[in-house]
Design a protein around this ligand. Structure first.
Ligand code: SAH
Length: 408
């Protein structure tokens, strides 16, 4: 296994000085409720009131998108805590401190030991604490980044908020898991609420959490959750929105913008497990989904069947390439939903939209900078922005989700 070359300490001591690299400007500072606020860096805005964080996001969006119109006020949460359905805890072996778990400090590779994250589901923190407490008696070692030795690297937990199903993914360095039956039994004994346990093997010297190979140790190997009356299967590697309460708000906003009447051919680009396309399928003639991640496409197809949707199909491929091919073949599209990752879409995809000439484009973005760039390209293709609606999907963080409708 590869050895790491750096010699920096891997675990941040509790009394280390604050290491925040960026401090958003603003007036009314408060004491952040989270004791790890300064070192973790996950929630950049926890030192102000929730209302102030929303104003900060409104200003940011309006500054970046001023060339395209004025955004409506961001839709916030009534209770902006414990909203994350996905949690991730890194495990490392530290020479001085032994097994440590927590999150990596922003912009560095130092682990900040964290027991409770206020924006995550509490059940996830409890399961992680149990796993840590079981490691000694099961002689389970934690990963040592310097030597590449050790077994447990990460614990990833996904919780279906509506269906109360819980997935535990043990990311380990080897397929050989000594005493796995007893480990699983003991974990389930303490947490009968767990629906499935997966062993994921990641033996690479990488910052990626998940490896390719999975072994299902208990349950179905996926969980289910419901959004807007539909049930979705979520596997370990597929993308699923991390704030389910606000996802319903976001998707309703997107559906209202699309204004489907039952006759439209709809494209769901960057479809993930098919949530947007399947919800749209109820009011469309036909839905075509495109997604790069093969596991997510499998989930999307199963989700169509699970919800008895017969007018949606999902294609595995690069959104740009598939869109160009569809435009060249003259595929008729009426409405395009596009929900790319933070890096945004591509010029090839947007030029292909220009060629396919759908009447409406609904752009769902989690990266305002790339959104501004892509709206510029859509403008070049003759599209005008009609509405900009930010939704607070990531309270206390500086991330802003935004739904934009455009028309030809
Ligand atoms: N619409 C989904 C997923 C949005 S996240 C939802 O609301 O849950 C963005 C998705 O784009 C991820 O599933 C990612 O795998 C996918 N993706 C990233 N690059 C892509 C590309 N070039 N072509 C198609 N899909 C891509």
């Amino acid at each position: 296994m590869n050895q790491r070359k750096h010699n920096t300490p891997l675990v941040e001591m509790a009394n280390s000085p604050p290491k925040r690299k960026r401090q958003p400007q603003g007036e009314n500072r408060i004491t952040a409720p989270c004791p790890y606020f300064k070192r973790c860096g996950g929630c950049q805005l926890q030192d102000r009131s929730y209302q102030d964080t929303l104003l900060y996001k409104d200003r940011l969006i309006n500054r970046l998108l001023c060339a395209f119109g004025t955004a409506k006020p961001i839709i916030g949460m009534k209770n902006p805590w414990s909203y994350r359905n996905k949690s991730h805890s890194a495990f490392v072996h530290d020479k001085r401190l032994g097994i440590q778990n927590g999150l990596y400090e922003e912009y560095s590779h130092k682990l900040v030991p964290i027991d409770r994250c206020l924006i995550q589901d509490e059940r996830a923190d409890q399961i992680v604490a149990t796993i840590k407490s079981m490691m000694k008696s099961f002689k389970m070692t934690a990963y040592n980044e310097r030597t590449g030795q050790g077994f447990l690297r990460h614990v990833l937990i996904k919780v279906g908020f509506k269906n109360h199903e819980i997935m535990v993914v043990l990311v380990v360095t080897s397929p050989m898991f000594r005493g796995k039956k007893n480990f699983v039994k003991a974990l389930l004994n303490k947490h009968p609420e767990i629906s499935t346990i997966i062993q994921n093997i990641n033996d690479k010297d990488t910052t990626m959490v998940l490896g390719q190979r999975e072994i299902v140790l208990y349950g179905k190997g996926y969980i289910q959750d419901s959004l807007l009356g539909m049930t979705f299967q979520i596997s370990a590697k597929s993308f699923y929105q991390i704030n389910p309460a606000q996802t319903e708000v976001l998707y309703e906003t997107a559906m209202n913008m699309a204004g489907l009447s039952g006759t439209e051919v709809v494209l769901d680009a960057y479809a993930g497990i098919g949530t947007i396309g399947l919800i749209a399928s109820r009011d469309a003639k036909k839905v075509i989904g495109i997604e790069l991640n093969g596991d997510a496409v499998k989930d999307a197809r199963k989700n169509a069947a699970r919800n008895k949707v017969t007018n949606a199909s999902f294609h595995n491929g690069d959104a740009g390439e598939v869109m160009v091919a569809m435009a060249n073949q003259g595929t008729k599209l009426d409405v395009v939903f596009m929900d790319p990752p933070r890096s945004g879409s591509t010029k090839a995809f947007i030029q292909a939209i220009g060629k396919a000439r759908p009447k409406k484009v609904v752009y769902i973005s989690c990266g305002p900078d790339t959104l501004a760039r892509d709206l510029g390209w859509l403008k070049e293709e003759g599209y005008t922005v009609k509405e900009i609606q930010p939704v607070d999907m990531f309270p206390w963080t500086e991330h802003v989700e935004c739904c934009v409708s455009l028309e030809k």
